[in-house]
Design a protein around this ligand. Sequence first.
Ligand code: TXA
Ligand code: MG
Length: 332
Amino acid sequence: MILDGARAQSIEQAVHALREGALVGLPTETVYGLAADADNPAAVAAVFATKGRPSDHPLIVHVPDAAAATHFAAEVPAFARALMDVFWPGPLTLVLPRRAGVAEAAAAGQPSIGLRCPAHPVAQALLRACAAAGLHGLAAPSANRFGRVSPTTAAHVRDEFGDTLLVLDGGPCAVGIESTIIDATRGAPVLLRPGQIGRAAIEAACGERLRERDAFATDAPRASGTLAAHYAPNARLRLMSARELQAGLDLLGADAQCAGLAVYARSPLQRVATGVLLRRMPDDAEATAQQLFAVLRDFDAQGARLIWVESPPESGDWDGVRDRLQRAAAAG
Ligand code: TXA
Ligand code: MG
């Protein structure tokens, strides 16, 4: 059931459900989450079961503010504190040492906990109302079945899990790809997942060089967003240069009837066969991120079996989009 997240009544209903151990579809500025009381192991188990997510992949816990992080985190290193000061509330997740005995199930048994303070007004309203009712945080992975494309509208969440799930509608997500994740348990910041907040901004905010996760690969914590094949549409996805794209279209010929092929490209293309689903990719990374998952879902809904996507530029502002597309391509 989709409820208007802007209404106080909807927030009350969601808090009630969460206190009972039920799950709630939660709008955030990145993607929609599938939320449960982080301190309720049965509710957290339901999140894993509903998503079909392996139980050793930890969930992100959402908190209303930095002060609330202390319920879950045993300590906050100075560089992580600096990142919270600059980027919270916002699309940044920090992996911190976990307080012993707290949110064990959400953390999938890891000695660490991923914490995020979302900026979306509906998420903020819900987290504050939860806090007033004695709930310290909401464990919420993206509200999609394991391995699939993350939802960026309330309707996407209903498409994933059906109408029995209570979903707070907060409109289309403004960021569109999942939060940047920084591991802050290793003495220096390590990038686990790129997102809208980029390397340069992170390094400037905390005064430390951002390390790559590969440097620590041997004991890197499991992060499903970091599996090679993830975020996949039903159709097979291929990343191609503008030249390869045009060559592929030329092979088909303009007169061909071509159902089942979708193209998402920035460069202008000629001789596009009838029936090809063509969407123009915006010139800037933020606008592309905002629409990316919705475009992939749309192609699926229109029956695409193959999606040709023009490779994003190599520059750092495209890191998040490039990462999601490479993983989607690896799943094919
Ligand atoms: O933008 C987002 O982060 C969205 C919204 C709903 O907040 N959430 C999200 O959650 O993307 P999820 O579960 O789909 O991705 C969480 C990622 C996973 O790759 C998970 O393994 C990693 O965060 N993670 C969570 N806790 C962790 C921990 N203690 N150590 C390492 N990775 C962790
Ligand atoms: Mg996810």
